[in-house]
Unconditional design. Structure first.
Length: 222
């Protein structure tokens, strides 16, 4: 059976990393690359604010090519979709079959992604969809995934969580109304160790800053 060549939407966080692990454990798929949206003015991963240098180190550790999609800041939806269409065209030309996403339960986000791919040759897939997020978070941690919180929405979670490890202690400390995987945007992470990587990444916490209504922990390569 021919394995389906698959691109993975890669935010640099734990859900993307665990999706990669899940896809590699499924004989139906062959992961062909990671696709990441880059804020070109900041030279960082959009939303997660991870340095592009660390992102590229991640891709090397995952042994996969990285497709960097540069977007302006601020970026309109029309600009974003134009960049995405160019990437989809490239994917079709390179005989990619599927586009995978690490979404967990937000129906509107899934519907949007499906709409963007509806008229293309790419099939959207959601390997983690519908999983109980508390169970999934524990599975990630027990499975060897290590990640650190890079961004916090202070409207949902205390700024003191920025820079913390994504571990059982963190899960124990999360307020009851915060999703254990941060699926509603309460927090974002950077994955630096786990079965999806050939070797762990060495990182250190830098400064914590507040910008545009969010709190960011700047992670540094060691």
């Amino acid at each position: 059976m021919r394995r389906l060549r698959t691109l993975l939407s890669w935010s640099s966080g734990k859900d993307s990393a665990w999706t990669l692990h899940t896809l590699r454990s499924d004989e139906r798929y062959e992961v062909a690359g990671l696709v990441t949206t880059i804020n070109e003015s900041a030279d960082r991963v959009a939303m997660h604010a991870v340095r592009t240098e660390l992102l590229r180190t991640q891709a090397r550790a995952a042994r996969l090519p990285l497709w960097e999609l540069a977007i302006p800041s601020p970026c309109s939806n029309e600009q974003y979709e134009s960049v995405l269409r160019a990437a989809i065209t490239r994917a079709e030309e390179e005989a990619i079959d599927c586009f995978a996403f690490g979404d967990l339960f937000l129906e509107d986000i899934r519907a949007y992604r499906e709409k963007q791919l509806a008229a293309t040759k790419l099939t959207p897939i959601f390997p983690l969809w519908g999983r109980d997020t508390r169970e999934l978070a524990r599975e990630m941690i027990s499975g060897g995934l290590r990640a650190r919180i890079t961004c916090v929405d202070p409207r949902a979670l205390s700024a003191s969580f920025a820079g913390r490890e994504f571990d059982q202690a963190l899960l124990n400390d999360l307020p009851a109304d915060v999703d254990p995987c941060g699926e509603r945007g309460e927090f974002h992470t950077f994955a630096y160790c786990g079965p999806m990587f050939a070797a762990p990444l060495s990182i250190a916490n830098g400064v914590v800053v507040e910008r545009d209504g969010f709190v960011f922990a700047d992670l540094l390569p060691e």
